[in-house]
Write a protein that binds this ligand. Structure first.
Ligand code: NAD
Ligand code: UDP
Ligand code: UDP
Length: 343
């Protein structure tokens, strides 16, 4: 059955009625690295809901216990504080490898650590996957396309990346992580999946993580001016987190390695984004221009034909529908439980 295909070699040794009493279970054992973070915690919710056993490995660099605390006490949930740069022994059927800071402010904070996380951390998780025969999914990024010369970006595009710039620790790190993943696939016959994630937003993002959606929303709620970097004409395409999680799960369960772009093709300039935030939170919210950061990609928009065709996936939630869901969460976290009334 297709169910068997998804079982690891560790599990298959028990197939044929030899599962020791007490070890029999329905769901899969799934490792989510970075599971206390923004995307990871939403993925964990869905996996637990589906009946799987989930182990989260996270060093809490940018993740928070609050994101997963509602699962504490659930026997199907386990939280391990661990840095993926160090080896670890676990027995699982699938690995969703998300551990890595995602906001430019965070990944530039200690660039060497970011590279180690992407290279050594990914190597360790691939080594683990190989040892137990688990299926491995890498969360790569649209940043592998760099400042793209092709628009929209298709998976076959090799990108335009500065190897010695301030963003390189992240985009070159993820490119190496993709290389390692493919080399384990070819060399060790590992089952792998690669997702290239485009800008994603939603509840549980770090309030002050410096990413544009979290910045604008927090600023508008606090009646501070929204900081637009550069001329504000650079573009991004914003995906709501539940659409991404659905895509990641379809990718893991499907038959295709990828890489797959997972993103919402709705493209906005930063000035247009500021307008959506004004319409959603406060029409009087001010805009303040700031110098842009180095090597900022001018435009970004996913071509998602491959994911549509091979995974039957496409995002469902446009920005104007998803943003209010995030705003509610930010309001509560910034102003407390009574934040739904005007501050
Ligand atoms: P996040 O910062 O909220 O989550 C990352 C998690 O990884 C955090 O919980 C952090 O504590 C943990 N972590 C970081 N370094 C670690 C280490 N060395 N060992 C163990 N844990 C570690 O970011 P996110 O937005 O949830 O991103 C999750 C993944 O998706 C990342 O790999 C990121 O590169 C990728 N991605 C995200 C986006 C996006 O827009 N959110 C876009 C492209 C790619
Ligand atoms: N590794 C790990 N957990 C495991 C198996 C391996 O953390 O269960 C690490 C291991 O320490 C090594 C990396 O993964 O640093 C790559 O392992 P692999 O077996 O592929 O390579 P090797 O150990 O032969 O270099
Ligand atoms: N940006 C901005 N104001 C902010 C934060 C970011 O105008 O307060 C811009 C940034 O220069 C970039 C875009 O928003 O062009 C997206 O930045 P973010 O850090 O969210 O993600 P990136 O796609 O660059 O990784």
């Amino acid at each position: 059955s297709s169910d068997l295909v998804h079982r690891s070699s560790y599990e298959r040794t028990f197939v044929g009625g030899k599962i020791p009493l007490g070890l029999k279970r329905k769901g899969l054992r799934i490792l989510v690295t970075g599971g206390a973070g923004f995307v990871g915690s939403h993925l964990v919710d869905r996996l637990i809901e589906r009946g799987d056993s989930v182990i989260v490995v996270d060093n809490f660099f940018t993740g928070r216990k609050e994101n997963v605390m509602h699962h504490y006490g659930n026997p199907n949930f386990e939280m391990i504080r661990h840095d993926v740069v160090e080896p670890i022994l676990l027995e699982v059927d699938q690995i969703y490898h998300l551990a890595c800071p995602a906001s430019p402010v965070h990944y530039k904070f200690n660039p060497v650590k970011t590279i180690k996380t992407n290279v050594v951390g990914t190597l360790n998780m691939l080594g683990l996957a190989k040892r137990v025969g688990a299926r491995f999914l890498l969360t790569s990024t649209s940043e592998v396309y760099g400042d793209p010369l092709q628009h929209p970006q298709v998976e076959t595009y090799w990108g335009n990346v500065n190897p010695i710039g301030v963003r390189s620790c992240y985009d070159e790190g993820k490119r190496t992580a993709e290389t390692l993943t493919m080399d384990y696939h070819r060399g060790a016959n590992l089952e792998v999946r690669i997702a290239r994630i485009f800008n994603t937003y939603g509840p549980r993002m770090c309030i002050d993580d410096g990413r544009v959606v979290s910045n604008f929303v927090a600023q508008a709620l606090r009646k501070e001016p929204m900081t637009v970097y550069g001329d504000g004409k650079q573009t991004r395409s914003f995906q709501y987190v539940s659409d991404l999680v659905e895509g990641l799960m379809r990718l893991m369960e499907g038959e295709h390695v990828g890489p797959f772009n997972l993103g919402n093709p709705g493209e906005f300039t930063m000035l247009e984004l500021a307008k959506v935030v004004q319409d959603t939170i406060d029409p009087n919210a001010k805009i303040e221009f700031r110098p842009n950061t180095e090597d900022d990609p001018h435009k970004r928009k996913p071509d998602i034909s491959r994911a549509k065709e091979q995974l039957g996936w496409e995002p469902k939630i446009p920005l104007r529908q998803g943003l209010p869901l995030m705003v509610n969460d930010f309001r509560t976290r910034i102003f407390g439980d009574h934040g739904s009334s005007e501050p």
